[in-house]
Design a binder for this molecule. Structure first.
Ligand SMILES: [Cu+2]
Length: 354
């Protein structure tokens, strides 16, 4: 990396010196020398061919990037709204690439076709109403379509309501970890405030002990969700801006100190099922090859990796932001109930006043 930086600096310095030389040369112009600075037909033709070379380069690099890096895209969406979200993204991609391919070809071709030639004069052409109408109306229709569709998807995704008996979960962010809280037996979250945090008594996220709804709340460090049931998330932050990002569910919401933000989705694919997804299998295989190599070189923590859904922080919130994550397990209703029964309630974990 340092070598690369030094090389870049050297190249830039060389360019600077060269440019300064040119400025000096220009300032010394004589009548015949200035003639040599004007492009002739051969120069213009060469520049035209270079345009075509550049066109091939940008097409090539686009195809190359798609072929080589598509494997880093997320696998199939694991939430009910995720499919629509992905469709919107892929259609936008398709429209952008289609237009880009055509306009770049035209741009470079015309650059070549209308290159300067000895004795050729540019045509003065004021305007053409019909052409202007066409190139205005097409983008307007396409963009309006994408935007309206986007707004429609957004409104659907952000319509957070209590219909269909959602599971109520709080995601609590702090530098640099996540805590989740379930409403417990009554599925209602008890009141909470950072001012009520009492570390000595293990009231780590500040539940209000006077609120009866808080007694049966369940606080966990690993998020379990039953497949097919809608989950309403309520996010809080203790300290700075964080962002609850659950990429596989196409979900993200900021966690803002002093307020409660919301998101809702229905998980549709269990962790077990997702582990069998061909893209996930491939990714796990690739990762474990790298891990095995590193382990062979003696690097620590390079045990084989197994796929799990994750909750990540997607706001740069401090020095350990990169590792602020929580495991999410999507499982069947029975497995979820069984796990839930083994958890302790807030009343059982909070310590009595000394
Ligand atoms: Cu964070």
């Amino acid at each position: 990396m340092t070598t690369l930086l030094i090389l870049t600096v050297l190249v830039l310095v060389a360019i600077a010196i060269w440019q300064m030389g040119k400025i000096f040369e220009l300032s010394q112009l004589k009548a015949d020398a200035s003639r040599a600075q004007i492009a002739n037909d051969t120069d213009n033709k060469n520049q035209g061919y270079l345009l075509f070379a550049f066109l091939i380069f940008i097409y090539g690099i686009t195809i190359f990037s798609f072929a080589k890096y598509s494997k880093f895209l997320l696998p199939e969406a694991a939430s009910a709204h995720g499919q629509g979200y992905d469709n919107l993204m892929w259609i936008s991609f398709a429209v952008i690439f289609f237009v880009q391919t055509i306009t770049q070809a035209l741009l470079h071709y015309f650059g070549y076709k209308y290159r300067g030639e000895e004795g050729k004069k540019a045509l003065f052409y004021a305007d053409n109403d019909r052409l202007e109408f066409i190139w205005t109306i097409i983008p307007v229709v396409v963009l309006a379509g994408l935007i309206i569709w986007g707004l429609y998807s957004w409104t659907n995704i952000m319509d957070i309501n209590e219909e269909d008996d959602p599971l109520i979960v709080e995601l609590y962010a702090q530098q640099f970890n996540w805590t989740a809280r379930y409403g417990g037996e009554d599925n209602v979250l008890g009141d909470a405030s950072v001012r009520l945090i009492d570390i000595d008594r293990a009231n780590v996220i500040g539940l209000d002990e006077a609120d009866p709804n808080a007694t049966d709340d369940i606080i966990v460090k690993e998020l379990h969700l039953p497949v097919g049931r809608k989950v309403n998330f309520y996010m809080r932050s203790q300290d700075v801006l964080h962002s609850a990002y659950m990429p596989h569910f196409r979900a993200q919401m900021n966690c803002v100190p002093g307020m409660v933000t919301q998101f809702s989705f229905t998980p549709t694919i269990t962790t077990e099922e997702m582990r069998l997804n061909p893209e996930v299998v491939d990714k796990v295989k690739r990762t474990n090859v790298i891990r095995a190599e590193k382990a062979a070189q003696g690097e620590p923590n390079m045990d084989p990796w197994e796929f799990d859904y994750v909750l990540l922080c997607n706001k740069i919130c401090g020095k350990s932001h990169y590792n602020m994550q929580m495991k999410i397990i999507v499982e069947t209703e029975e497995e979820y109930n069984k796990w839930m029964e083994s958890q302790k309630t807030f009343a059982e974990t909070v310590l009595p006043v000394q």
